[in-house]
Design a protein around this ligand. Structure first.
Ligand SMILES: Cc1cc2nc3c(=O)[nH]c(=O)nc-3n(C[C@H](O)[C@H](O)[C@H](O)COP(=O)(O)OP(=O)(O)OC[C@H]3O[C@@H](n4cnc5c(N)ncnc54)[C@H](O)[C@@H]3O)c2cc1C
Length: 397
């Protein structure tokens, strides 16, 4: 038997922190390498489905995250043109009983910190910041990564958690991203700056022609997370640049005054031009695999990118247990269940983007799609997504 003793994790985002924790929990010594000077997250919010809570419980941090999260009353979609409600899914006790966990929203810093602090408490986890990985080699008995300064690090296996522009993926798969042409602006505002009629205890999505807006509370309602997205008129390159309020306003001219109030609130105007990738048939061979956005970058329309990274980490740990500590064998098992599930998320997300951004007749059809459906119909449709648990994580779903 080939028991794996050491792993390198590249990247210290939510995915890397969760991977380090999951690997250490099965007895593997982890060195996490992060290019930034500090390990942390950006100041924005994130939505967490019950599947994320199952993963967080499995990692042993569910309670800490629950204490910091806001549990929502429902998830709603509104029509941004006429201001009417299109669909509302209740996320109260019935939803929670059905899926075994809540629907919640949380500040990214709060969830990242919960996972990372738990990883740091495990003596098997060490890390190095200001360490940008630029190359890697695999050998019969191990892997080696090289950082920008030329330092070399060796371990039995390597997990690339280095985000959408992953160097580990580039060296392993060398595929190209698919730039969506959709641009995102996001901000966190204090409660007092949030229009009173938008202070709703729910993620509310306003779908408009070639655009949408989202808002939800953070930190007990003391803050609100705002996200606006639109189809750019010009060719975009994947990445973050400076934008302007004028640009944003120009894309939301035809929408209802109620969601439009959101556009006056942010004070910083950074724009994210987004991308995903066509799902790959493999995330690496032998001693290298990928996790989180490095494995399956996805647009934000189903709010599942980080949830999937957490599921990945738990599944990786469970696969290693199932393979008696042999991570090389476990990587194959891990990929065999994670690739189809995350591909489904990527493709479903593209479809949701189309639905949210519908115009004309498509918008009319969109608004009729869910008419007459009861809560149980919605719950049935969500089962494949939110019904994920550690106990079933090695089964295809
Ligand atoms: C607008 C928006 C809203 C979203 N909303 C949600 C939501 O509501 N719910 C949800 O589940 N998901 C959401 N997501 C998706 C979620 O943010 C991502 O899927 C998740 O953060 C990915 O985590 P990660 O750790 O895989 O990657 P990242 O967070 O990108 O972390 C990668 C880390 O690797 C480091 N790194 C990169 N290259 C190197 C290198 N060469 N060497 C060393 N270190 C390196 C980076 O510095 C970074 O720290 C949203 C995304 C966007 C854009």
């Amino acid at each position: 038997m080939n028991k794996t003793e050491t792993a390198i994790v590249v990247g210290g985002g939510i995915g890397g922190a969760a991977a380090a924790l999951a690997l250490a929990k099965v007895g593997i010594k982890v060195l996490l390498l992060e290019q930034a000077h500090e390990i942390g997250e950006i100041g924005a919010g994130i939505q967490l489905g019950p599947n994320a809570f199952s993963a967080l419980d499995s990692l042993g941090v569910g309670e800490v995250v629950r204490q910091r999260a806001v549990f929502t009353d429902h998830i709603s979609m509104m029509d941004a043109v006429d201001g009417k409600e299109v669909v509302r899914v209740e996320t109260g006790p019935e939803f929670q009983a059905r899926f075994g966990g809540p629907y919640a929203v949380i500040h990214r810093v709060d969830i990242h910190d919960a996972v990372w602090q738990a990883a740091l408490k495990n003596p098997l986890v060490s890390y190095k910041t200001a360490t940008r990985v630029v190359d890697l080699h695999t050998y019969e008995n191990g892997v080696e990564v090289i950082d920008e300064q030329g330092n070399r690090y060796r371990a039995d296996v390597l997990v690339g958690c280095d985000g959408g522009k992953s160097i580990v993926r580039a060296k392993t798969l060398n595929d190209s991203p698919r730039v969506t042409g959709h641009v995102v602006y996001r901000a966190v505002v204090d409660k007092d700056d949030m229009p009173e009629d938008l202070r709703i205890n729910a993620p509310v999505l306003w779908g408009g022609p070639r655009c949408h807006l989202v808002h939800y509370p953070l930190r007990g309602g003391a803050q609100y997370n705002l996200v606006v997205t639109f189809h750019s008129r010009k060719p975009e390159e994947w990445g973050v640049t400076d934008g302007s309020k004028e640009e944003v306003l120009s894309y939301f001219e035809g929408i209802h005054p109620r969601p439009r109030q959101m556009l006056d609130k942010p004070t910083s105007w950074r724009r994210w031009a987004t991308a995903d990738r066509e799902p790959a048939a493999s995330w690496g061979t032998g001693r290298v695999t990928l996790l989180g956005d490095a494995a399956h970058p996805v647009a934000q329309y189903m709010a599942q990118g980080a949830c999937m990274a957490l599921e990945d980490a738990v599944t990786l740990g469970e696969a290693i247990k199932a393979c008696d500590g042999d991570a090389v064998k476990a990587f194959e098992l891990y990929q065999s269940v994670r690739i189809p599930r995350t591909a489904r998320i990527v493709w479903s997300t593209r479809e949701m983007g189309r639905i949210y951004h519908a115009d004309g007749v498509e918008r009319q059809v969109r608004n009729l799609l869910w008419k007459g459906k009861g809560q149980q119909d919605f719950y049935r449709g969500m089962e494949w997504l939110y019904g994920w648990k550690e106990e079933n994580c090695l089964e295809p779903r």
